[in-house]
Design a protein around this ligand. Structure first.
Ligand code: CDT
Length: 315
């Protein structure tokens, strides 16, 4: 009998700068109840789900940034109700937050996601590796994208976990633009990839129609799921946060590359699908049987070279 898992993407509408973690947690609890009513056993929440998308602002008071936006413990008194509710309902979840740790006398900051079991225990952690944007102040820009200022590059690699009878990995937002990230998870047998995102509707770097940005989001999701034979759950935080818009379009994509379900709004919204996990397993034995068909001896440059270097064409 095929393995099935009912998975939900619990999209969040805007969280403003003045919103508290307690009010965000209350909304997450409401969403997990809604997902439970739909029969979900695994819920994927967005990136940085307890605060506004703060890297849009240049802020100089580091202690204040740490206090307002970073979590020193997870769960904390304010975020505990989400863990309690999930445990009560017997639901596993993945959620993103800004993580602050003290290590070897140094304060470190990461953009982090955790995988939590239906018993409320944290089973996996991922720290975002592809940090987009910039570290320097761009005061002329309408908004900024300062992930390179506020976070370090993740140090835990791309991992998967045995989770709810599946093999599940996590990525965060900008990682979805990099095929290498998905492939490293797929090489460990990933059957589900859980990913939260915050994507501005406007492009910071050059003018781009909002519809084109959504088009890229969707074609990437479909291609990554298919080429890596995995279910892919991508959950947005979206809408106008203090006037800055981010798009929704949360999706659950099948290993066939088909969008199984997609959100309709830029508000709090749950979408849910009964995922046939063996659809991924079957594709891994046929079209995407890596052991049979990959040719890594010809892929050396992917790890040896970072930026593109133009090689003169052979005459
Ligand atoms: N959160 C996040 O990673 N957002 C990026 C925006 C890139 S534009 C600087 C994304 O890839 O969606």
């Amino acid at each position: 009998m095929a393995r099935h898992l009912k998975i939900a993407a619990a999209q969040l509408g805007p969280l403003h700068r003045a919103d508290t973690r307690a009010s965000a947690t209350k909304r997450l609890v409401g969403l997990i109840r809604e997902a439970h009513a739909m029969g979900a056993k695994f819920v994927v929440f967005p990136e940085l789900a307890f605060t506004t998308f703060f890297p849009r602002w240049w802020m100089e008071d580091a202690a204040d940034v740490d206090r307002r936006f970073f979590e020193k413990t997870m769960p904390s008194a304010e975020t505990q109700p989400l863990f309690d509710e999930a445990k009560k309902l017997g639901i596993g979840f993945c959620v993103g937050y800004a993580e602050l740790i003290e290590e070897h006398g140094r304060t470190r900051h990461f953009n982090t996601s955790i995988l939590v079991g239906p018993d409320g225990a944290i089973v996996g952690k991922y720290r975002k590796i592809h940090l987009p944007g910039h570290a320097e102040h761009k005061p002329q820009a309408a908004f900024q994208h300062l992930e390179k200022k506020y976070f370090e590059v993740g140090d835990l690699g791309f991992r998967v976990w045995n989770y709810l009878g599946t093999i599940t990995g996590m990525l965060i937002c900008n990682d979805r633009r990099w095929p290498e990230a998905f492939r490293v998870l797929a090489l460990q047998g990933a059957e589900i990839v859980a990913l939260g995102f915050n994507t501005p509707t406007e492009n910071l770097h050059y003018p781009e129609p909002p519809a084109l940005r959504v088009h890229h989001h969707l074609i990437m999701a479909q291609a990554m799921a298919f080429q890596n034979a995995t279910w892919l759950v991508e959950t947005a935080k979206c809408g106008y946060e203090d006037g800055f818009r981010m798009f929704g379009h949360s999706v659950i994509v099948a290993p066939s590359g088909e969008i199984a379900v997609k959100s309709q709004t830029e508000e709090d919204e749950v979408i849910c699908f009964n995922c046939d996990i063996d659809l991924a397993a079957n594709l891994k034995q046929t079209m995407f049987n890596f052991a049979a068909h990959r040719r890594p001896e010809h892929y050396r440059m992917i790890v040896d070279r970072v930026g593109a270097e133009v090689t003169p064409a052979n005459k």
